[in-house]
Design a protein. Structure first.
Length: 262
């Protein structure tokens, strides 16, 4: 039986494809409103900034990083009021209705998470919605230094190697700006969105930030004419790290790749 409180998944995806997304005034608010910012935050996939401290965290394999291993836990952590790296604190905009709707979107294969773990404990992560060559980041959280940054670095690396073209951040924050995010007019965002969703003929090259890693999975996206879904791109990234001799230290591979191509 369908849950009448859920935002219809087809409507939710249609909204994202039109540059609009839902928010709520508080966690307990049953109502939602649709947002189309006049100024949009995006993180150019070739402009991710890797600081010395972030590169060090990646190389030292401080975190075990996974994809879609704990979507519900990541969503719960993002929805909880908190003050931590990458978060402005205060009341959450992720209401119970919105959370339930994204769980359903995840069940249908359209919403994904990246998790950071230390000794089996979830310490950071992010989640968002993916379609065509677009990934819309929804929220991130961090319980220890660098956790959300590492999650974002893995996301950028996976999106690059999977042939994605647009990483939407919705709103700019100082935290995201420090990592390379920029603010653009909504009109320009919509043009970039349409370009990233355009049909591509199979066999045509799909943009990738890993120009120096020919054959490391980018060919899969090129053959299909579409970008890989995040879980497949994540697995392709791990495979590329293994092929490059970094099977036991993919973080070093990511740090090296992002530093070389940013």
């Amino acid at each position: 039986m369908e849950n009448p409180d859920l935002i219809d998944p087809a409507l939710l995806l249609l909204a994202y494809r039109g540059g609009v997304f839902p928010m709520a005034d508080s966690r307990d608010d049953p109502e939602i409103f649709w947002v189309e910012p006049k100024r949009r935050g995006i993180l150019p996939l070739d402009g991710f900034r890797v600081s010395h401290s972030l590169a060090r965290s990646l190389r030292r394999e401080k975190f075990t990083v996974t994809c879609n291993a704990a979507f519900d836990l990541v969503l719960d952590a993002c929805a909880a009021p908190r003050r931590a790296e990458g978060d402005d604190g205060g009341e959450t905009w992720i209401s119970a209705r919105i959370a339930a709707s994204y769980r359903e979107l995840h069940r249908l294969g359209h919403a994904h998470s990246i998790e950071c773990w230390i000794d089996g404990a979830l310490v950071g992560g992010l989640y968002g919605v993916g379609f065509e060559r677009v990934f819309c980041g929804e929220s991130m959280f961090s319980r220890v230094p660098d956790a959300s940054k590492v999650a974002l670095a893995w996301l950028v690396a996976a999106l690059r190697i999977g042939g994605a073209e647009l990483l939407d951040c919705q709103f700019i924050t100082s935290h995201l700006a420090s990592l390379g995010a920029v603010e653009i007019p909504q009109k320009r965002y919509l043009a970039m969105l349409r370009e990233a969703m355009r049909p591509k003929e199979p066999g045509l090259p799909v943009q990738s930030g890993f120009s120096g890693l020919a054959g490391a999975g980018v060919g899969v996206a090129s053959t299909l004419g579409v970008a890989l879904a995040l879980p497949d791109a994540f697995d392709t990234l791990l495979g590329a790290a293994k092929s490059a001799g970094f099977s036991s230290s993919p973080g070093k591979f990511i740090a090296q790749s992002l530093t070389q191509t940013s």
